[in-house]
Design a protein around this ligand. Structure first.
Ligand code: HPA
Length: 274
């Protein structure tokens, strides 16, 4: 199924009525571990996904399922506390639905964070990685189906999906905070099973530095409608086969909790200096 422009408009109008004259600039899709930033937004206006026409729910662990509008590090933000994933049963269009709605509300920038498995041999669990590019070769694009020209062209350019200027900002802020910020390519896998060691070897050969189950669809959709994008990955574990041990969901959540303060200080610094 394809959403119509009118459906996106209806969701945006519903939210605008709640927001009054407030206009968000930065949409934030926060993955495992960083969702709590929504709790420290000043003058928050909270809207559960379930109340918003055409919105889907988020069912993943650690994902609350609500939008928080307000001020964070001096910027007007719309924080998605919890994202939708394809493995929950949603189409990619549904996964990325909110990005277009937030764009209609005035967001011209998208911040995305996620937890992912480290593929690059030089990485270790707990590292932060600036996403410089992505690979999403599995399954269809969130833009599949009739193009909605109100958002962007049929064949959008993907040369600079992750905005170079924002990458520079992140490098600068990491230096200022004395944080070790790795860089690399995020490769999307649909999940929900973690990758096999053979799949991880394949990802490495293809140029991936980290593998994860989110982010890429939202970023394609943001790029299509001309939004600038900044993305960070928390390497919550080394991907399957890198170390002689099994992967677990607990390990991912624990790593996310342990890295929370350094991760959020970097995200907040980037927001502040945007
Ligand atoms: N693979 C895919 N997604 C993930 C991983 C992983 O190793 N860790 C956290 N999210």
């Amino acid at each position: 199924m394809n959403y119509t422009f009118e459906q996106y408009r209806e969701s945006a109008d519903f939210l605008q009525a709640k927001l009054g004259s407030f206009q968000p600039k930065v949409a934030m899709v926060l993955g495992s571990g960083l969702g709590y930033l929504g709790d420290v937004v000043e003058d928050p206006i909270v809207v559960p996904y379930g109340e918003i026409p055409h919105f889907k729910h988020s069912t993943a662990p650690g994902h609350k399922g609500q939008l928080v509008f307000g001020t964070l590090a001096g910027q007007k933000v719309a924080v998605m506390q919890g994202r939708m994933h394809h493995y929950e049963g949603y189409s990619y269009e549904e996964v990325a639905y909110a990005v277009r709605v937030l764009h209609l509300l005035g967001c011209d920038t998208l911040f995305v964070t996620n937890a992912a498995g480290g593929v690059n041999w030089k990485f270790k669990a707990g590292d932060l990685m600036l996403i410089t590019d992505q690979i999403k070769i599995f399954m269809e694009s969130p833009l599949r189906g009739e193009n909605l020209p109100q958002f962007g062209p049929r064949f959008p350019d993907s040369s600079y999906l992750y905005t170079p200027r924002l990458q520079d900002l992140a490098r600068q802020q990491a230096r200022r905070l004395d944080l070790d910020l790795k860089e690399g390519v995020y490769m999307y896998f649909p999940g929900p099973q973690y990758e096999t060691p053979a799949e991880v070897r394949m990802a490495r050969i293809l140029g991936a530095d980290a593998v994860g189950m989110s982010t890429a669809p939202e970023v394609i959709t943001a790029g299509h409608c001309g939004m600038e994008v900044l993305g960070f990955t928390l390497v919550s574990n080394m991907a399957a086969g890198v170390l002689p041990q099994k992967l677990s969901e607990e390990e991912v959540l624990e790593a996310a909790a342990a890295a929370r303060d350094k991760f959020s200080s970097l995200v907040l610094a980037c927001l502040e200096h945007l």
